[in-house]
Ligand binder design. Structure first.
Ligand SMILES: [Zn+2]
Ligand SMILES: [Zn+2]
Length: 307
């Protein structure tokens, strides 16, 4: 099992690609599985270049139904079919668009050799891939759009099942209590977590959010607290703030204002308008407002999840 989480940024452009920049999307590798956040055109070649296995993708998270966020889905599914992907794939899409997506898929993709589940997203989303929990926040865009929040819970250590059973703890809810670092009582005898958990194997959790596309949020959701990484759209420079307002996007200033309030450990901006030929200028402006801002490069970013 991998002890870290890897981020592969597959592009940083918004709306249309340029000769040198692909549309924004992000592939995540954790615990031997891959996840894809947004699925624009050209995503397949980007995945291949980064040697990310297409058949090992477990979940595709579509923030919203604008073409620059999902037009690559059909080609990708088709390749998954050709490559004989076997295990289930989950596609997450806003509730109001799930039906539309199902209809398009019916016309374009048939006889998949794996199970395809379309998960309808709203603010109550709560889904787990093993210890990777996913929730969603409603964004402020021209159509229904959701940001995704991923969390790997802290683990206090390695649970010794044999030891617990030998101390008379029955399998079931008491096991969970001990794993949550709580004492339990068996026949009036107190069993402490440290008796059955090897704390040398404690594991630090990890939390990150992917927030594309949106105008400024009216209220910052609690789910965005304590982030290790925030990936946020920043489509326009401040001088084009009227465009940001019109198309319901963020300027560098607005994106950094969000980051300054949330204070993530690492802050990336992406979905940068194709009008900007020199993205260095965008980074320079963003850094002026919030020094920690980075525009992701074509490299792998590795974040440790173990202490
Ligand atoms: Zn977009
Ligand atoms: Zn959009």
């Amino acid at each position: 099992m991998s002890n870290n989480i890897k981020f592969y940024f597959l592009g940083n452009c918004g709306s249309t690609p340029t000769k040198n920049r692909n549309l924004s999307s992000l592939a995540i590798n954790y615990d031997g599985k891959n996840y894809l956040l947004d699925c624009p055109e050209n995503v397949q070649q980007q995945l291949m270049k980064k040697k990310i296995s297409i058949t090992k993708i477990k979940g595709i998270f579509i923030t919203h139904f604008h073409g620059d966020h999902f037009f690559g889905l059909f080609g990708l599914l088709s390749t998954m079919k050709m490559n004989q992907k076997e295990d289930e794939l989950h596609i997450f899409i806003a509730k109001n668009y799930a039906k539309k997506l199902r209809e398009i898929l019916k016309l374009t993709i048939y006889d998949l050799p794996f199970k395809l589940s379309i998960i309808e997203v709203d603010s109550n989303l709560s889904f787990c891939f093993a210890d990777l929990e996913v929730s969603a926040i409603k964004l402020n865009h021209s159509i229904d759009a959701y940001g995704f929040v991923f969390k790997i819970k802290d683990k206090i250590g390695r649970f010794d099942k044999k030891k617990a059973l030998s101390l008379g703890v029955p399998e079931g809810p008491l096991f969970s209590r001990l794993q949550e670092n709580k004492n339990v009582f068996v026949d009036n005898k107190k069993i402490k977590p440290e008796q059955v958990i090897d704390k040398r194997y404690k594991k630090k959790g990890f939390k990150f959010a992917y927030v594309l596309d949106t105008a400024p949020l009216k209220k910052i959701p609690k789910k965005l607290e304590d982030l290790d990484v925030l990936v946020c759209e920043s489509t326009f420079l401040e001088k084009h703030k009227e465009n940001a307002k019109k198309f319901m996007h963020l300027t560098t200033k607005q994106a950094t204002e969000l980051a300054k309030q949330i204070r993530p450990k690492t802050f990336f901006i992406t979905h940068i308008s194709s009008r900007y030929k020199e993205i260095k200028d965008v980074e320079k402006e963003a850094k002026k407002y919030f020094k920690k801002t980075q525009i992701p490069k074509e490299e792998v970013y590795c974040f440790e999840c173990f202490i």
